[in-house]
Design a binder for this molecule. Structure first.
Ligand SMILES: Nc1ncnc2c1ncn2[C@@H]1O[C@H](COP(=O)(O)OP(=O)(O)OP(=O)(O)O)[C@@H](O)[C@H]1O
Length: 482
């Protein structure tokens, strides 16, 4: 059966499980979609609701008993394969017929069963009801200033965005933010949108990618609806345009955008543009547009340094109510260095892996979860790793194992930890002694005591074996973690 951590089972109705299982669900849908026809996918999978994990099984809500039977017969294996591809060893899936009311209640929280987007910008998520109806379509509720971690890599862009949010149309117009993929340009633009929406609910905001702007224009020309097109873009108070570099080489779109820009600018409406490069490096961009892009403020976002990456992971984990040790976040932050979207993906991968295999978070588990995606780094076993793993194995806090207690329940884990540190690290007896606040002869005694018991005491042998396997997965992420 598919095992999930007890923590998750216990809280199966909480947001925590839903968040985790939704991450898994999005991947499952991606897998399914690759393996069946589009018609089949839309007929059967689009209406399915992910109900989360219950008693170790991924529960899917279907519309009626016919669909339930159909899924059991035709898609069970495919769904199990999908979970296996995510690292589940004994996947289990079950189907529940949804009462009409429940179905309606679940809808707003579920991820859209859409195909993976060509570029992973903000998805078409549902926004809280408090959003003004017009703006909510285009702004991602997660992309707010509160959820944006400020570091040396982005503090100028952040300050400029905040200034614009406080005085739209007055501070810097246009604000031009550039930087590599996945570094937070869209997030900052949306943050300005949210800020303005909250303070001035009557203001109209339009967020659009350059690609959508181009497509809208093509459709408007085709359908003879240029007036509507112009009204739409020229009547807003804040225009956010993503990936403006894609204007390059599109003369008609550039022409139309030029007039949109002028209309807004002359009326003191705020424009924010994002791009992967500064205006001067966008080839085949008309000079008059380039110079307008340079009228306001041009600011860039760089790759985040280590501390900012850890802070982003921490905020993400807290946001999703995932209790994950700092050292695991640090490992992920060392593994993924240049793209925040990938950084968040890596965190979710570790969460899904640990959840699907019912193993607690640890550096070893994180290394294994990420080994297929990122080149495995050399991860050395440290004394602290062994102490933490041993303490968790015996269900007690690390400080107690390292403390002065003399009862057998504490002494055995302490001796096991000393034995494993001696075996798995290159630390000397005095160093290990110092780590435990003891003399080297105590460590020597512990090592010989455990050696003596191995093979004789089945329980102790099983504990040492399990911990050794877990620790060795740190050195060799390809090793099993069970
Ligand atoms: N400083 C930050 N703090 C918290 N989350 C961030 C930060 N920067 C980026 N992110 C997150 O990283 C992900 C990618 O960010 P975003 O989509 O804004 O990148 P982008 O620069 O617009 O990328 P692209 O060029 O692909 O459009 C988002 O989930 C966003 O919330």
């Amino acid at each position: 059966m598919l095992c999930w951590p007890r923590k998750l089972e216990a809280g199966k109705t909480t947001g925590e499980v839903r968040v985790i299982s939704q991450e898994i669900w999005a991947d499952v849908l991606g897998y399914v979609r690759k393996n069946i026809s589009e018609v089949e996918y839309h007929t059967w999978f689009a209406p399915v609701k992910n109900l989360g994990v219950q008693e170790g099984s991924l529960v899917l809500g279907v519309r009626n008993s016919f669909a339930q039977e159909w899924f059991r017969k035709h898609y069970l294996e495919l769904l199990e394969d999908a979970l296996r591809s995510l690292g589940a060893q004994n996947p289990q899936v079950s189907f529940q017929v949804l009462p009409a009311v429940q179905e309606a209640m679940i809808l707003p929280q579920d991820p859209p069963p859409a195909p993976p987007p060509a570029r992973s910008g903000p998805g078409p998520r549902q926004a809280p009801a408090a959003f003004p109806a017009e703006n909510r379509k285009s702004l991602n509720p997660k992309y707010t200033f509160e959820n944006f971690v400020v570091g040396p890599n982005n503090n100028l862009a952040h300050a400029a965005a905040l200034a614009v949010a406080e005085s739209p149309g007055k501070a810097y117009n246009p604000l031009f933010i550039y930087g590599d993929v996945g570094l937070g340009k869209t997030h900052l633009m949306h943050a300005v949108g949210h800020y303005i929406t909250e303070r001035f609910p009557e203001k109209r905001i339009e967020y659009v990618s350059t690609e959508s702007f181009t497509n809208d224009l093509i459709n408007a020309i085709r359908d003879d609806k240029m007036t509507q097109f112009r009204n739409r873009y020229r009547s807003v108070d804040l225009l956010l345009v993503d990936d403006i570099q894609f204007l390059a080489g599109k003369e008609r779109t550039q022409e139309e955008f030029f007039h949109t820009f002028n209309a807004l600018y002359e009326n003191h409406k705020q424009i924010i543009l994002s791009s992967d490069r500064p205006p001067k490096d966008i080839q085949t961009l008309e000079g008059r547009l380039r110079s307008r892009f340079e009228w306001g403020l041009i600011t860039d976002i760089q790759s985040p340094e280590y501390e900012t990456r850890v802070a982003i992971l921490k905020m993400n984990a807290e946001h999703n109510r995932i209790d994950i040790p700092q050292e695991v976040l640090e490992l992920i932050a060392r593994q993924v260095t240049s793209n925040i979207r990938e950084l968040e993906g890596a965190l979710m991968r570790v969460v899904a892996f640990s959840s699907l295999n019912s193993v607690p978070f640890s550096r070893a588990v994180a290394a294994k979860a990420l080994s297929n995606v990122f080149a495995p780094q050399e991860i050395k076993v440290e004394m602290m790793d062994v102490l933490r793993a041993t303490a968790a194995h015996f269900n007690m806090p690390p400080d107690v194992v390292r403390g002065s207690g003399r009862v057998r329940e504490v002494v055995v884990p302490r001796q096991v930890a000393m034995y494993l540190i001696r075996e798995l690290t290159s630390h000397s007896l005095p160093e290990i002694g110092q780590f435990f606040g003891r003399d080297h002869s105590t460590v020597m005694h512990a090592v010989s005591k455990v050696t003596e018991q191995l093979g004789r005491d089945a329980e102790l042998t099983a504990s040492v074996d399990a911990l050794r396997r877990q620790m060795q997965a740190v050195d060799d992420p390809e090793e099993g973690t069970e």
